[in-house]
Write a protein of this length. Structure first.
Length: 504
């Protein structure tokens, strides 16, 4: 009952005319920023952060949170229409969203992404509202050992639940982990894998550079090759009849939406996890639970719904450790944390007591931001679908420019542009050889987190490698990870037994 009264007080703040207008502007800007390849919520928040000082702190954080929500929605747009992730959180949406668009189902894919995002955001905000304090206590128990075990679990999910060759998946994970070590050592500060003392490698390899290159340039090269024998996808139409048909189709995916939302929220609330691994894990879980897993990657609507519910739920979940512990749950919330400090608001357990109006005003604004995001997204679907009508000769040039500009903009280094081109060719060749790109991307994102947690745990326990199994939470994660890693072998043994049994 106290929670409801606090939430009602929060709505008194978030429903002020100024804050309503800020939410609408925030989600609209975020929608377009998320749709631009290479930008995403991180760069969007960083770009507009200086502008927020013209409004009160509460309105500023509401604006940035709304932009964050809009970017989560917008990331699916370019993933579906262009085959290029608008942000890192929408990588998994590309796997089935792009094939749907190529089959003339772009409208259905966009509607599914928008509705799934709304469902994921709504469920996660409700969970946030009801269980903020208990979940904060659980998150407080996570140390380096638990963080390492959690990342290990994310990797083994792809090995055990993916349909690709497990050996190829392991190879791509290892390649991603190698790329994640490029740069300066976390502890000693010594340079590693800088390839002949090339200055650009001292800063490491950016995830956006790899994602834009492998999925952007690689997609252009792949489509150029295939377009010689296959025509480009024609533009999809979005009518009220198709909208109603889409909602009927989505009604049969309630289980996938619920699982993706809950999984995304809990993964997102863990420090250093974020929406990207949540969306990839949700995709793997949906694929393993499907009655037709072989259709994933070929235009299965559940392959769009699962990651979209998860990444929006994770974006809300990642706010929890930031507000309650002062620990950013994602790169975007790290920027929000910096903004709050600049505004004189100190995140941590005392924030819920000392700044109660601010906290619950922010929580209530997530409800309104989620509602306006889905309405604006659905209203603008015809605009985005219209992009499919462009000749590929024009679209190809636009995509290449967006990829290069999006990769250059964050750090403004020509070194990143050359890396984008190199990863583009590499991604194209890997795709021709049927190597999965998702494990590579995941390993590059989580590799630094895994290494840091591993070394911190060993240093804290004086080199005792058993520290990972002596702690109950990390031991549980490692046990589940071991089951996932051995799952392909168990499946092969089980299928072999079933084939032998009839003969007997």
């Amino acid at each position: 009952m106290e929670t409801l009264s606090l939430l009602a007080e929060g709505f008194a703040t978030s429903l002020l005319p100024l804050n309503i207008g800020i939410v609408i502007i925030g989600v609209t800007v975020g929608l377009f920023i998320g749709a631009m390849p290479g930008l995403g919520s991180v760069n969007g928040v960083a770009i507009v952060l200086p502008l927020t000082f013209i409004v009160p702190p509460a309105s500023a954080i509401i604006f940035l949170a709304a932009l964050y929500y809009g970017a989560m929605y917008g990331g699916a747009i370019s993933s579906i229409l262009l085959g290029i992730p608008g942000s890192s959180t929408a990588v998994a949406t590309t796997f089935d969203g792009r094939p749907m668009a190529q089959q003339g189902k772009a409208g259905l894919a966009l509607i599914a992404a928008a509705v799934a995002s709304f469902v994921g955001g709504t469920i996660s905000v409700i969970l946030f509202t009801l269980f903020a304090v208990p979940l904060a206590e659980v998150a407080l128990r996570f140390g380096p050992a638990e963080n390492f075990a959690q990342v290990l679990l994310a990797f083994t999910t792809f090995v055990g639940l993916g349909s690709e060759d497990p050996l190829k998946t392991v190879v791509m994970i290892c390649l991603g982990l190698v790329l994640s070590t490029v740069g300066l050592d976390l502890i000693s500060g010594q340079p590693r894998l800088i390839f002949g003392d090339i200055p650009g490698f001292y800063a490491g390899i950016s995830f956006l550079v790899l994602a834009i290159g492998a999925y952007g340039i690689g997609e252009v090269l792949w489509t150029l090759e295939k377009s010689k024998s296959a025509p480009m996808v024609t533009a999809a139409r979005v009518t009220f009849r198709e909208l109603a048909a889409a909602f009927r189709t989505l009604g049969r995916t309630a289980k996938t939406m619920t699982i993706g939302s809950v999984l995304g929220f809990f993964v997102g609330m863990l420090p250093a996890a974020g929406a990207t691994p949540a969306s990839l894990m949700a995709y793997g879980v949906a694929k393993s639970m499907s009655k037709r897993p072989e259709t994933f990657g070929k235009g299965n609507i559940e392959g769009v719904i699962a990651p979209e519910t998860a990444n929006n739920a994770a974006s809300t979940g990642s706010l929890l450790p930031m507000l309650s512990l002062g620990i950013p749950g994602s790169p975007t919330t790290a920027l929000l944390l910096g903004g709050m400090v600049m505004w004189g608001l100190m995140p941590g357990p005392m924030l819920f007591i000392e700044q109660r109006d601010f906290v619950w005003g922010l929580i209530s604004s997530l409800y309104t931001a989620n509602l306006f995001a889905v309405l604006i997204n659905l209203a603008l679907i015809p605009v985005f679908v219209y992009a499919l009508r462009m000749p590929f000769s024009v679209l190809c040039c636009i995509v290449l420019v967006l990829c290069i500009v999006g990769g250059y903009a964050p750090d403004q280094r020509m070194h990143d542009v050359w890396l984008i081109l190199g990863f583009g060719v590499g991604g194209y060749l890997l795709r021709k050889a049927d190597y999965p790109l998702a494990p590579l991307v995941l390993a590059l994102v989580l590799g630094p987190v895994m290494e840091k947690s591993f070394r911190q745990a060993l240093i804290a326990d004086q080199g005792n490698v058993f520290t990972f199994v002596e702690r109950p939470l990390s031991a549980t994660f490692i046990a589940i990870a071991l089951v996932f890693f051995l799952l392909p072998l168990l499946k092969r043994l089980w299928s072999g037994q079933r084939q032998v049994s009839p003969a007997e």
